[in-house]
Design a protein around this ligand. Structure first.
Ligand code: SAM
Length: 243
């Protein structure tokens, strides 16, 4: 991967950045995403935010090497603290856990006033993001699920609006867990992801059955059972090739 050729995962994130956005890419690492977008004329200004020194330095180095210093501002800091209120209208956060992405949005909530679109790519735990979006009046407007190098990724796109709209015709808990748009489409990567998750939950459940009984174990078992039942309802015609 480089600034000319993104991974399919980051290409999918890039696809949802509106043309001419003023973008902040938080946790930018090498700054590949904003560099690619500027070089392709999709945006004219970007901020690459990084909390860690090594990735910050590699972002600076890449942006300089590409001659993009005037158009991409590389800033070191935690989450949204690198942006000024009103400075950007689109934020991308990719390649982290869903809980971390949600906590970055929560801590920087006061910076989101001017932001029209969020494009978020959690590696795990997308439910933490969907829950945060619902609680903060962001409406999920699109979702993608892709498989690359044997890993499955979800991409969530949100704009301010009616946070419950995508969940109206489905069971809310199911939509939060698996994604309302993804649930309707049930693509191959979706079926594979949830078949494998279910297999994993069953394995943990069996382990708990042979553990010493305690209130905590019982609670964990009940939680798993609920999730397994919910996913079984989603994977009605489950394909055994994944399990
Ligand atoms: N966004 C790139 C991608 O998707 O390929 C890089 C993903 S990399 C796995 C995650 C990056 O997020 C790391 O470089 C890490 O230092 C950065 N990061 C983690 N927490 C952060 C935070 N609170 N604020 C800014 N950057 C953060």
């Amino acid at each position: 991967m480089n600034t000319d050729k993104l991974s399919v995962r980051l290409q999918t994130v890039a696809k949802y950045v509106p043309k001419e956005s003023r973008l902040a890419d938080i946790g930018s690492d090498h700054a590949y995403l904003p560099s690619y977008l500027v070089k392709n004329g999709q945006i004219s200004f970007g901020i690459a935010g990084e909390v860690a020194k090594g990735p910050f330095q590699s972002a600076e180095k890449n942006v300089q090497a590409e001659g993009l210093t005037g158009r991409i501002s590389v800033r070191m800091g935690d989450g949204l603290e690198v942006i000024q209120p009103g400075e950007v209208d689109c934020i991308t956060i990719a390649g982290m856990g869903g809980s971390l992405i949600a906590s970055i949005l929560e801590s920087g909530n006061e910076k989101l006033g001017s932001v029209k679109r969020l494009v978020l790519q959690p590696n795990i735990n997308a439910i933490a993001i969907r829950s945060w979006l619902v609680e903060h009046n962001w409406e999920l407007i699109a979702e993608e699920i892709i498989e690359e190098d044997n890993k499955i990724y979800e991409i969530l796109v949100a704009e301010k609006g009616d946070p419950l709209k995508p969940y109206r015709d489905i069971r809310f808990e199911t939509g939060l867990l698996v994604g309302p748009f993804l649930l309707h489409r049930k693509e191959e990567a979706f079926n594979k992801k949830w078949s494998l998750e279910k297999k994993n939950w069953n394995r943990i459940y069996k382990q708990l059955e042979s553990a010493a009984p305690s209130a905590e174990t019982e609670e964990k078992k009940q939680e798993l059972l609920q999730k397994i039942t919910l996913i079984e309802g989603v994977l009605v015609n489950e394909d055994s090739q994944w399990t």
